[in-house]
Design a protein around this ligand. Sequence first.
Ligand code: ATP
Ligand code: MG
Length: 415
Amino acid sequence: MDPVRNPYAPGAGQRPPELAGRGRELDVFDVVLERVARGRPERSLMLTGLRGVGKTVLLNTLRSQAIGRLWGTGKIEARPDQSLRRPVAAALHMAVRELAPHHRAPDRIDGFLGVLKAFALRGGPAGSGRGSATTKLRDRWQPGIDVPAASGRADSGDIEIDLVELLTDAASVATDVGTGIAVFIDEMQDVNPEDVSALCAACHELSQIGAPLIVVGAGLPHLPAVLSAAKSYSERLFRYQRIDRLDRVAADQALCAPAEREEVEYEQKALDLLYEKSGGYPYFVQAYGKATWDHAPRSPVTAADVRVAAPEAEAELAVGFFGSRFERATPAEREYMRAMATLSLVAGEETGVERDDMDAAVPTAEIARALGRKPASLSPARDALIKKGLIYSGERGTVAFTVPHFGRYLRTQPA
Ligand SMILES: Nc1ncnc2c1ncn2[C@@H]1O[C@H](COP(=O)(O)OP(=O)(O)OP(=O)(O)O)[C@@H](O)[C@H]1O
Ligand SMILES: [Mg+2]
């Protein structure tokens, strides 16, 4: 069928033609926004899930939902080894700019911007341990705020103190206009420990005073562990929502609703096969949907069309989804993941989830045994893989892939 009209959108953060199966999350967030704006106690939200399940897309949708209620919003994508100070400043700058047109006292906005500037500029080189090139870049960096920097607030240099003060002040601007501020943080597992701790403290403080500011995070499945390692009370501070693969009804909807708008239909058998192939993982749903559309000669789409198209979808996934990630690993890390891939099938048999597309968590001791190494000697590879976001440790002493179907992919790759 006409590739120009192909509605499907495989790709990181690509808005899907139909956001299927997330009704509950959207409803929950509506209630959260309403409660926070009314000063009711509410916890910040944390979305967790594997790669490609649609966390970024959902985060962006929640942001639109907040903007629709005239909230101020800003978004950050965390990176390992990066301080949160400037990204947070930029996000709040954006949020307050969105609120400014509804505000009656421009000097209140300017007052806040002065504090914001002081906060942003405070990330001095002292103790950061970075080279002089970075320092120079930092000196040249300008937050793009015309107001002079204030002093005595959010500029102590202690990120925990400064963040609490900055977020409290931002929230009070939102209180003036009767809405709130939402700060969205993607890849939140990559925020460094000191900043995570400061964020938790700030959320804790804000929820106690009923300030209308929430943090909405998204990250890999071990995000809860990262947060509770920083502050033990974080378990009670955040509401975790596991974002998972789509069930059959939602996966069918993700394929059929966009097709229907183009007057294209699927035979039931085609949908059966597509679900079997994609396992309901949103990225795969889009990838198989796209390839099938291009190969199918006409509506209705048949199972035979899916069968013809599948190798192309798989080839594209092998390069774009799996291969690009695998290439980030060093030879030693690849060896580690290969051992994991083999063992995850065995572990799956033991735990009863024995399906080729369901990778079970693997005890790290088993990996050491399989590779004939001491467990401690493999820690650097494991830690590097966790940092690269390829694996995570959900339960103590075990590791699992963050990428769905990654074990199966590796098992089909020649060593
Ligand atoms: N609810 C949904 N229904 C249909 N398609 C979806 C849905 N959510 C996401 N997708 C599609 O899945 C793909 C992956 O989405 P997204 O990039 O948001 O995943 P992610 O969880 O952020 O992945 P990563 O961990 O790699 O950042 C995109 O192509 C998107 O269009
Ligand atoms: Mg993402």
